[in-house]
Ligand binder design. Structure first.
Ligand SMILES: [Zn+2]
Length: 116
């Protein structure tokens, strides 16, 4: 269940940001960039997150997830390519030397806290 690990990671990032900025109100929304190669099940992520944040400032926070498509650049011809799944082959020259640059993200873009 790798959603649990990701939920814990998100919890850690947001909690640290709250502490750093001395924010004591509840978190209501968390915006995430998640690469499609993470193969995340949003429902499972929310379930895990709700479980580990019970009783904390993060309890009840909703997710707004932006999925980042898998893409890279061909080291053979320089084409920037969006690819779907392995094996990664350049659509222009057929090279297998694609440098994958996006699709593995796991980033907390921003979050919103309650006013009171
Ligand atoms: Zn190429």
């Amino acid at each position: 269940m790798h959603e649990l690990g990701i939920a814990a990671e998100i919890q850690k990032i947001v909690t640290e940001a709250l502490e750093k900025n001395a924010i004591t109100t509840r978190v209501i929304l968390i915006r995430l960039d998640i690469g499609e190669m993470r193969q995340l099940v949003p429902d499972a992520l929310e379930f895990c997150f709700a479980g580990i944040t019970k009783g904390s400032q993060l309890e009840g926070a909703q997710f707004e997830i932006t999925t980042i498509s898998l893409s890279g650049t061909c080291e053979g011809c320089g084409t920037a390519a969006v690819v779907n799944e392995p094996p990664f082959i350049c659509p222009e020259c057929g090279s297998r030397k694609l440098k994958i640059e996006k699709g593995f993200e796991l980033a907390v873009k921003s979050f919103e806290v309650a006013d009171d």
